[in-house]
Design a protein around this ligand. Sequence first.
Ligand code: NAD
Length: 270
Amino acid sequence: MSYSPYLLKGQKALVTGASSGIGEAIARYLALSGAAVAINYHSEAESAQKLVDDIKAANGEAFTIQADVSKEDEIKAMFSQTLEQFGTIDILVNNAGLQKDSPFVDMTLEQWNRVIEVNLTGQFLCAREAAKEFLRRGVQPHISSAAGKIICISSVHQVIPWAGHVNYAASKGGINMMMQSIAQELAPHKIRVNSIAPGAIKTPINKSAWDTPEAEAKLLKLIPAKRVGDVEDIAKAAVWLASDDSDYVYGTTLFVDGGMTLYPDFIENG
Ligand code: NAD
């Protein structure tokens, strides 16, 4: 990996759910690009600490912070601690998420509520705390042309319905409207709020969909680019959205999906 350590120099970032998968890669790439990074984790303290050690070994700055993104008191404490440690915050990556899959008629209220409270309410709680600090501090032109950046990790399922995953798809559809509404409200303050919608990316969340040749072949039918995505594909997009290179990008969802949202069945049909 080679990345410019000057792109995000002097900026402070917080990545939720950064102890694995996409969040971990985003944290690594933000650090490679010069940002100091708060590594939020829920239960995987060891992996989070390893990530901090790796970042520090590469002359970066990072620390771990435990919090459940769905708990308001824990999120307030996480932001207080981050501000104490870093002085301020410039970049929030709302990445933490989970699935609790079930056929619709068997889905319990607990399965529905847990996915909504982590994937959607968690992003709301973190975005609100970050926005308060962005508004308090305003633009520091020597650091960034924006007062702050929020990147919401959504999914292609913010637009593609997903049988058996109604709670997950609803949470991601909700992220889209939440992101756009926050983006509209905060744009006059030079706060940029955007989403990344990953397609199928190899991480623990969807291991069964790609970890055998048969499963991968089935998945590739949905991907015109004929490649399952890597976490780095998402991390690179996140660095761009966090940087001033995307200065005029507000309220957009960047689909990083190998063409999954291009109705691949129409390649040989319709
Ligand atoms: P992952 O399971 O590796 O990562 C999810 C992370 O969220 C984990 O580190 C987990 O500990 C954390 N988390 C879960 N509940 C939490 C809570 N209550 N508080 C704090 N952290 C919590 O899977 P991933 O694929 O890296 O997922 C990251 C994001 O990307 C998720 O929002 C997911 O919906 C989204 N996404 C992934 C894919 C994919 O193909 N992998 C596709 C589209 C969207």
